[in-house]
Design a protein around this ligand. Structure first.
Ligand code: AMP
Ligand code: MG
Length: 482
């Protein structure tokens, strides 16, 4: 298997990981392989047959040069601090592409590790297919994300709400370093290890910060900025992560850990899909607050490196954290202006934006389709857009973008480059997964993947994949650890 491994994580303090191999599975079968991603990674697999790929990407056969480990980390889960770690994942190694980029190659669902606690170390076929389709969709939407290289079914049943087929996913990430990894090092290791780990992380993700006056502080600021950009991107497409715990917050700024995530249909800022998120901690519009909460935990972990004097360290960290809200608002506003095809800045834009969102909320309008309707007036996927209240808003908006009969070309281009035509809608994803899990039939799943690989294709609209679900989706629920 043609990976170019260079496994630097093993050179870190031995307390940060455990050396462990994947557990063999009964009967590995390749369900999905992402050839386009393999090409981007520079992997030439033309000589390898399906069974060999299934052996490698189930963990049954170790790839040359891999040095499997499970990474230790901690995290605040729904606000509560826990010692965690890769309980069902194994890092095979870091692959270097020909242009020098480094990627973690990780198997997820690959068996028990020292961090499994009471878990079985496994994952269901359905949830790994779900991570595959949603992470790939995020990539094509232009949002930083981990990616999915392969799904291999294991031929073994695992037990969740009954017996379900198991699978292993191969996840590709800039790294799996999380806010929770810093919390782990800060809480359970010395300041020297924290210093070494921080330098390692900066060198790996933000080498330009090595020469900063205060690298730890610069790291905090940069990670915060990356989170702001990421969450604004999520809000652009109606994505709800669902489990924004600190252990699911990547230092590299990628979307990571596709568990209970889902895309919003009807616009409601309080939307929650996760079965265990009873208080709406991770609701659509609470995501920026939680990002700040998570970054504050990172700041706490970095304090000893920011300044030897704790009070000074807190002061310096606070000065950065205090800029979050203003920065977020600015970037969010810029994003919303783009969604409306607005190219310059006017004060009243905020009112124009909020009145559209209010209208959507009040009238239970679909978030994605409303923005399509603006640039494609004959889209007409719903009667709702003939409402007088909507037409009034439309008139104001048209005035704002100097539209006559036609919408100006620049506005059209802007809108159609950031308002997706296709998102992975829960009901279409569920239908595809059901067929895959019950009958092993991936036809619908592959069709969906194909559609989602061109999310901004306004030339080729397909109402089947654009339609909002029939009934209100309030009863749609997602689950952790499946
Ligand atoms: P998550 O909510 O998916 O981010 O997972 C939180 C923690 O639980 C992580 O440390 C996971 O490795 C662990 N975990 C989740 N599912 C399992 C499982 N089936 N077996 C062992 N550990 C698990
Ligand atoms: Mg996680």
């Amino acid at each position: 298997m043609p990976f170019q491994f260079d496994n630097t994580y093993l050179k870190l303090d031995k307390g940060l990981f455990s050396i462990i191999n994947p557990t063999e599975v009964n009967d590995p079968n390749l369900a999905l392989f992402n050839t386009a991603l393999a090409n981007q990674l520079g992997l030439d697999i033309t000589e390898l047959d399906e069974q060999t790929l299934a052996d490698y990407f189930s963990g049954n056969k170790l790839i040359d040069g891999s040095q499997p480990i499970a990474q230790a980390y901690a995290g605040h889960q729904f606000g509560h601090f826990n010692k965690l770690g890769d309980g069902r994942a194994i890092l095979l190694g870091e692959h270097i592409t020909s242009d020098g980029n480094r990627f973690d190659i990780q198997l997820k669902g690959s068996g028990i590790t020292p961090y499994s606690r009471r878990g079985d170390g496994r994952a269901t076929l359905s949830s790994m297919l779900r991570e595959y389709v949603i992470s790939e969709s995020m990539f094509f939407l232009g949002i930083p994300t981990t990616r999915s290289l392969a799904v291999v079914s294991t031929g073994e049943n695992i037990y969740r709400e009954g017996a379900l087929p198991g699978a292993v996913l191969t996840r590709i990430a800039a790294s799996h370093i999380r806010v929770g990894t810093f919390q782990y090092v800060r809480n359970f290791h010395s300041k020297e290890v924290l210093q070494e780990f921080t330098s390692y992380t900066i060198q790996r993700h933000y080498p330009e910060l090595l020469s900063a006056e205060n690298p730890a502080l610069a790291l905090l600021k940069t990670v915060m900025n990356e989170q702001i950009k990421l969450i604004v991107n999520w809000m652009r497409v109606g994505f709800i992560h669902g489990v924004m715990n600190t252990d699911n917050t990547s230092i590299a700024g990628e979307t990571i850990d596709y568990g209970p995530c889902a895309f919003m249909n009807v616009y409601n800022p309080k939307t929650v899909f996760s079965s265990i998120d009873q208080d709406g901690r991770y609701a659509f519009d609470n995501q920026p607050n939680i990002a700040l909460w998570n970054i504050t935990r990172l700041a706490e972990a970095l304090l000893p490196l920011i300044d030897n004097n704790t009070d000074n360290a807190i002061e310096k960290a606070k000065n950065i954290l205090e800029t979050f809200q203003l920065q977020f608002n600015e970037i969010w506003l810029a994003m919303m202006r783009k969604k409306l095809g607005i190219t310059d800045i006017q004060e009243e834009d905020e009112l124009l934006i909020s009145s559209l969102l209010d209208w959507m909320h009040l009238n239970k309008a679909d978030y994605t389709n409303t923005f399509i309707q603006l640039s494609v007036p004959d889209f007409s996927i719903s009667e709702i857009y003939t409402q007088k209240t909507f037409i009034t808003w439309l008139t104001n908006w048209k005035k704002r973008i100097n539209a006559g009969k036609e919408i100006p070309e620049t506005a059209l281009e802007l809108m159609q480059s950031c308002n997706p035509v296709y998102i992975p809608r829960n009901h279409t994803v569920e239908a595809a997964l059901k067929l895959a899990q019950k009958k092993g039939d991936l036809t619908l799943f592959n069709q969906l993947l194909k559609i989602l690989s061109k999310p901004y294709d306004y030339q080729d609209m397909n109402h089947f994949y654009q339609a909002a679900p029939q009934q209100d989706e309030e009863c749609y629920k997602t689950y952790c650890g499946t």
